[in-house]
Design a binder for this molecule. Sequence first.
Ligand code: DGJ
Length: 730
Amino acid sequence: MRINSSLRIIIAFLLTLPLSGICQVAGDIIIKTANPQGWILKTQSSAYQIIVTKEGVVKPVFYGPVEQAEFAQKNARWYEGIEEVPVRGGLPFKTPMLEVVFSDQVRDADLVFTNAEIITVDGRPTLKITQKDRFYPLEVVSFTRILAEFDILEKWTVVKNTGKKGNIKIDNLQSASIVLPVDQYILTHLAGKQKHELQLQETLLTPGLKTIQNKAFKANFNPPWFLVRPQSADASTGPAYFGSLHYSGNWVLNFDRSYDGNLQILGGINFWDTAWNLKPGTTFETPKFSVGFTQNGSEGAAQSLSAYVRKTILPTTHRNDLRPILYNSWFATTYNVNEQQQLELAKIAKEIGIETFVLDDGWFKNRTDVNSGLGDWEPDKKEFPSGLPAFIKKINDMGMQFGIWVEPENVTVNSDLYRAHPNWAINFPNRQGDANRKILNLAREDVYQYLLKSLSKLLKENNISFVKWDQNKYLSEPGWPEAPAEQQREMRIRHVANLYRLVDELKKQFPQVWFESCASGSGRIDLGMLSRMDQAWASDNSNAIDRIFIHYGYLSLLPANTLVSWVTHEDPHQPTSLEYKFDVSMNGVMGIGYDITKWSDAEKEIAKRKIAEYKTVRPLVQQGTVYRLVSPMTSNRSALQYVNEDASSAVLMSYNLGAYMGGSQLYVRNTPNVIKLQGLKNDQQYKVQKLGDTQNQTAIYKGDFLMNVGMSWPVYGANKSQIVLIKAVN
Ligand code: DGJ
């Protein structure tokens, strides 16, 4: 539904008038209602309403446009069948978010409202609703934290065994379940494989269950994110719901559409082959599930989520800092690393304007190929005869910071670590699995302590400013033979908890170090990881054209200051010019992964110029709002625009993916000849200037003109690109 802006203002004003039975608390954000007892949680554009029935059942009754909150309040009998915490128990016509087994083997839960409080969690109003089982010692607390300006609700659940004896076995506990009003919905999500990450998928949700999930620790390049819009809504400008999970282990998102048209969405830890034994007096807390609503379609959803991540999720240590321009050695030297060769790369890196030199894989002892040395986190003396600290000093003396690659969670069978502790790897006896590489069992305290000690030592003894934290293995044979039987299926959850503990502890000890998440590319870019890592490596596919598609998917859920993109010589197909590669790597955090010792002087000059250009637009790219103006999915062109907070500067990045005449409406892929900008001020004059234009031509246009009439497409010819600066002038 689209409502024009004056009507929205009137409705917003009407909503401020007292409604019968409504008194306002926590500002305008959480409104307590009477008759039925309940709450309306408001963000800028959305209202989420919960009631407690006469029988004490807690039910969500509305989630949608804030303008409809009053109507929803009057019609609060919707969704009769689904509770705020749907459980296994009663008639099985919903997807449960809580499935437990009590010690007498009763497998049905039956929750009743106990009390509710409005509290503040990290400065944000939060509704806390407590329920308990009508008979058994189980308490269930649901939290909804409101981030009104981002139109986001963070939802999570804590369960407690309040009994004195007997475990409660948790077969399944999701972070939250939400219910959308009756409609036909289209789901958008991402899927991919290595080097083909983050490809957008769309499907109509027909009655039944649609699941997207991760069962192997490393997601299949499908981050835990979704976008759902009514089929009748405009994809890029209409209402849409979206969400993202804060979890890096096995996760699941379920979309259960009833025949009557309600859509239930659940998300959280994937309890497939997993169970948790809740001992008396203990609690289990789920990760957060952030859900949102926007009136501005996929772009509104992407902008809300990105701003939310950039301003509230990324680690505070570097949240507001500009990300340095990186050099990374991987494609240049893979496992064959030595000091001399790295210094040669570093010398050129410095010359062209690189700020952080990252030594990727191959630097530690026993690491001769992919199947050796993992786990032995000691610098290789043969490769660095005068020691790693002395090598790093040379890099620092050149004026660059130094970064290093690690893959702490994994071990190769050919390593000192595995030879000493074969049982530290996750394994099943009598099952061979991968003969070369294993995942370490971080559920074990000794493994945790080993990794903490060796990584702290590495960071303490060396002036390391940046860590690329990789994970390249899918989980199989998920056994923990030494653990008591009742703990064996807890391994995955305990492993992830200790992974988080390890990163958190290292960050506490070394607060200035930057962290980059990598899992063979963007295999782990959930909000759990992104609350600990400053940025992420998007793909080992660095072909510039392919990257345009990967970046388009990436920017659906994460901000550009986390998107690391290198210029490399990797051109599996569609070779592009060096300028074009640089222009694509400007989409996020620029890096270079070339063997730059092979560059000619002319190529070095291009690199110098492009890096200097990137430095001028970096604050806009990394801290501005991104508008994906032209999609490479539907066009043979692509355009991104970044606008700063007060709309005084913007940068347009335009790319041709091929060259066709265009003009016929029968062409499947369109060729826009005019580009309309967004996010500018209507009455403001802007100077428009193509970066790198040797004639330094500029033109002045009003924001209104640039947005509603548009400017000519800035570049012609196959695989050509143009960066355009737009600056407010008086
Ligand atoms: C996989 C990563 O995606 C690459 O960028 C590189 O770091 C290699 N691992 C190193 O083994």
